[in-house]
Design a protein around this ligand. Structure first.
Ligand SMILES: [Zn+2]
Ligand SMILES: [Zn+2]
Ligand SMILES: [Zn+2]
Length: 198
C-alpha cells in the first residue's frame, strides 16, 4: 500500500503543471503542493525507476528511452494519465511529435513488466513500484477531489474474491478493484481548511 505521508510543500514540480495543463480537473493547482499523494510519488520515483531498470536487465528486456520516458512521466504526477495525456506531455518535452501508437506500445511493455497499472474506468495509467505477485488483487482508492490514486491490497479480500470467482467458474483477466471517493488527506483538508479555501 502506498502510504500517503509527508508534506508536499514546495515539492510540486513545473513538469506536473505542464502535464496537467489543459485538463478540466476540478481542483486548484495551488493545492497540489499540499497533496500528500504528490509528495509520496515524488519521493518514490527515483528508486522505482532504478528498480525498473534493474528488473529489465534481469529479465533480458530493455527499458528503451521512450519506455523510460513514459514511466518517468507517470512518476511525475500522482494522477492517472491517459495515452493522449502522455503523448502530449512527451511531445512538449521533446519538441517533436510523439504519436499515440508509440505511447501505446510503450504502455503495453510497462503493463507486461508490471511497472504500471491500467485504471479501466478511466482508461488511464498509474505507475506502480510494488512488483505484485501474479494474480494478486489490487484495490485502487481513487480520490475524486485531488485526483490522487492509492493502492491498497488485502489478502482477505483477495481470498474472498477468489472464492467468488471459482464459484462462478470465472477466469479473470485482471483482478483490479476501483473504489472512487475522497482520500483521508482531502477529508482532513475539507474539515480543517474550509475557511481558507473561500
Ligand atoms: Zn500496484
Ligand atoms: Zn484526495
Ligand atoms: Zn491527493
Amino acid at each position: 500500500m502506498t502510504a500517503a505521508a509527508g508534506n508536499g510543500h514546495g515539492t510540486d514540480s513545473d513538469t506536473m503543471h505542464e502535464i496537467e495543463a489543459g485538463h478540466d480537473h476540478h481542483h486548484h493547482h495551488g493545492e497540489d503542493g499540499d497533496c500528500a499523494h504528490a509528495a509520496a510519488r515524488l519521493k518514490e520515483a527515483p528508486a522505482a525507476l532504478d528498480a525498473a531498470e534493474a528488473a529489465c536487465r534481469t529479465r533480458g528486456q530493455r527499458l528503451t528511452p521512450i519506455r523510460r520516458a513514459v514511466l518517468e512521466t507517470l512518476y511525475a504526477t500522482h494522477r492517472p494519465l491517459g495515452a493522449y495525456d502522455l503523448a502530449e506531455a512527451l511531445t512538449r518535452q521533446d519538441e517533436r511529435r510523439v504519436a499515440p501508437i508509440t505511447i501505446y506500445r510503450a504502455l503495453d511493455f510497462l503493463l507486461e513488466q508490471g511497472f504500471v497499472h491500467k485504471l479501466e474506468t478511466k482508461n488511464a495509467f498509474v505507475a506502480c513500484p510494488h512488483h505484485h505477485e501474479p494474480g494478486e488483487l489490487v484495490v485502487f482508492l481513487i480520490c475524486e477531489t485531488c485526483g490522487g490514486v492509492d493502492e491498497a491490497s488485502s489478502p482477505e479480500v483477495g481470498a474472498a474474491l477468489r472464492r467468488v470467482l471459482t464459484g462462478a467458474a470465472f477466469k479473470p483477466r485482471a483482478q483490479v478493484v476501483e473504489i472512487a471517493g475522497t482520500c483521508a488527506h482531502c477529508r482532513a483538508g475539507a474539515k480543517g481548511e474550509s475557511q481558507a479555501l473561500t
